[in-house]
Design a protein around this ligand. Structure first.
Ligand SMILES: [Zn+2]
Length: 201
């Protein structure tokens, strides 16, 4: 049985090192400007052997990254990484590697891992949001003598429950609930959440 060349390349490289070698700037939060959409605030996040873009949803392994950077097929991306990083994989025609079969598996894995990264990231961002609203509830607590509600207090009261409901699904929901949430946040809530996050930090 042949070694899966896609797995081999993925497991034997550090995706951040590859990204940086090819000119991407990865900040100390392990994020870079996304290659897959016009991005001026780093939203492509790296974790373990994968990346995921928080804004446009693009994701994958080091192979997808190199495919996009150099406009290569997956096989040519494997060849390039193998050469540039001296991985020593024998891809000569004599090996008769069935790339098609490996390609299918590669795409499935990339999707699953992208989802895991999204879950992690979303959880930590919603924890920050939750903390932000909690602090606003305390800071702008209405004074009964004045009888006036600070808009940030009102906002915090409104957002508090939905945000904690989302946190609950992210941490304890079933896979179906989490996928539903993913679609919901991507379509409706994502931009709103990003805007609020930018205001708070
Ligand atoms: Zn993106």
């Amino acid at each position: 049985m042949f070694l899966d060349p896609f797995e081999y390349v993925k497991d034997n490289t550090d995706i951040v090192e590859v990204a940086e070698t090819y000119g991407l700037e990865v900040n100390n939060q392990n994020k870079a400007l996304c290659l897959f959409h016009p991005d001026n605030n780093p939203s492509m996040s790296f974790k373990d052997h994968y990346f995921h873009c928080f804004s446009c949803g693009a994701g994958g392994s080091v192979i997808d990254l190199v495919m996009e950077l150099f406009e290569l097929s997956s096989i040519d991306a494997v060849k390039k990484i193998n050469n540039d990083f001296g991985l020593g994989l024998d891809l000569s025609p004599g090996q008769k590697i069935d790339f098609k079969e490996y390609e299918k598996r590669r795409q499935e894995k990339a999707a699953v891992n992208g989802f895991k990264i999204w879950l992690d990231q979303t959880y930590s961002e919603y924890c920050r949001l939750s903390r932000y609203y909690w602090e606003n509830m305390l800071r702008y607590k209405p004074n009964p003598l004045i009888g006036w509600f600070h808009p940030l207090y009102v906002e915090a009261i409104h957002r508090w429950e939905p945000i904690n409901y989302i946190l609950d699904i992210l941490s304890r929901g079933s896979p179906e609930e989490q996928i539903q949430l993913y679609q919901y946040l991507k379509e409706v809530k994502q931009r709103e959440c990003q805007r609020t996050l930018q205001q708070c930090f």
